[in-house]
Design a protein around this ligand. Structure first.
Ligand code: SF4
Length: 347
């Protein structure tokens, strides 16, 4: 498997920006961005992020809004907050150099088994395994694994196979070769076995069920949650509030609001949330529409209302900052995708 993969990789690997560097910091940033996000989405973010934060030190010193602004749109915002926390740890405890072994990397905030393996193997040539969605698919097909891919026993087997694979020469390239194969040839719906360097030994190809693998058992649908957001305008300026760090969408800006409690109408919920969280009294509300987003465990439906409030200063509770901004200023904030959609409704 190793020889076939490496020969194919040397010939066919896509030219991606993070493949032109051996700098551990740059590789770490790329691997963190690539978790849950597609390669073509990541490329412009990666380049912009490294221009703004070219070193571990610059990331450790990053201002929270500046950091979020360079991440907004990539989703899974905890990754950005963890990157900065890890950068601070690297500066404080490792003289600004990333640890070069899996165990040291795993001690950093936000670095899991995948990222540790990727950085250790790609940047430091360590025989460290990695398993992501692409690797899992290629292995399930190649080895003919037909049980639920997310079952603990199957995950253990996948990591074991990855560990065996990475024991060879050029572990970083071997790991990248499997991921590349999964991304370009052994794709979810239509694997192109005729172009695959593993075709002759592949279990699923021989059995004819490659497209049906990996098998995933049915899982619970994400929980539906309803929330409200208010478009409040005074003297041509719109109110935005920043969520406290931590938790879902922490550190990002939004139109202020909050969740509905059971039996509450959106109008009642916005009045209550504005009173409780910002000390504002709603005088009238008009529905602008609703937007939705599905997160890993939640399906969020956000009702957006234009709200007139009685005058009076904002007295913040729960939010950790607020600003009155022009439409342009509002859109320039680090916003989650659902906040962007909510703002677009009120234009
Ligand atoms: S032969 Fe087909 S199913 Fe097997 S690894 Fe290659 S592309 Fe995937």
């Amino acid at each position: 498997m190793r020889g076939a993969l490496l020969r194919w990789y040397d010939r066919e690997a896509r030219d991606l920006p993070w493949r032109r560097t051996r700098d551990p910091y740059e590789i770490w940033i790329s691997e963190t961005m690539l978790q849950q996000t597609r390669v073509d989405t990541v490329i412009p973010y990666y380049e912009r992020f490294l221009e703004r934060f070219p070193t571990v030190e610059s990331l450790a010193d990053a201002d929270a809004d500046d950091l979020m602004e360079h991440w907004a749109g990539l989703g899974y915002y905890r990754r950005a907050r963890n990157l900065r926390a890890a950068a601070r740890q690297i500066v404080e405890h490792h003289h600004g150099d990333l640890p070069d072994e899996v165990d040291g990397l795993l001690s950093l905030p936000g670095v899991g088994r995948y990222t540790a393996g990727a950085v250790a193997s790609i940047a430091f040539d360590r025989p460290a395994p990695i398993v992501d969605g692409n690797v899992a698919r290629v292995f399930a097909r190649f080895f003919g694994i037909r049980q639920d891919i997310l079952a603990a026993s199957v995950q253990a087997r996948l990591w074991q196979e990855a560990e065996t694979l990475a024991r060879g020469r050029r572990p970083g390239d071997l790991n990248q070769a499997v991921m590349e194969l999964g991304a370009t040839i052994c794709t979810p719906r239509a694997p192109e076995c005729a172009r695959c360097p593993l075709e002759r030994r592949c279990n699923a190809h021989e059995a004819g069920d490659a497209a049906a693998l990996p098998f995933k058992a049915a899982r619970k649908a994400p929980k539906r949650v309803a929330a409200v957001a208010a478009r409040i305008t005074r003297n041509g300026r719109h109110l935005a509030a920043r969520r406290p760090p931590g938790g879902l969408l922490g550190g990002l800006w939004e139109l202020p609001g909050g969740e509905l409690v059971s039996g509450e109408t959106p109008e009642a919920a916005i009045s209550r949330n504005l009173r409780e969280r910002l000390g504002l009294t709603a005088k009238s509300c008009k529905t602008l529409g609703s937007v939705e987003q599905v997160f890993t465990h939640r399906h969020l439906e956000l009702h957006v209302l234009r709200v007139e409030t009685a005058g009076g200063r904002v007295r913040r509770r729960e939010y950790d900052a607020h600003r009155w901004l022009s439409e342009r200023g509002l859109n320039a904030l680090p916003l989650s995708r659902i906040a962007q959609k909510a703002i677009a409704l009120g234009r």
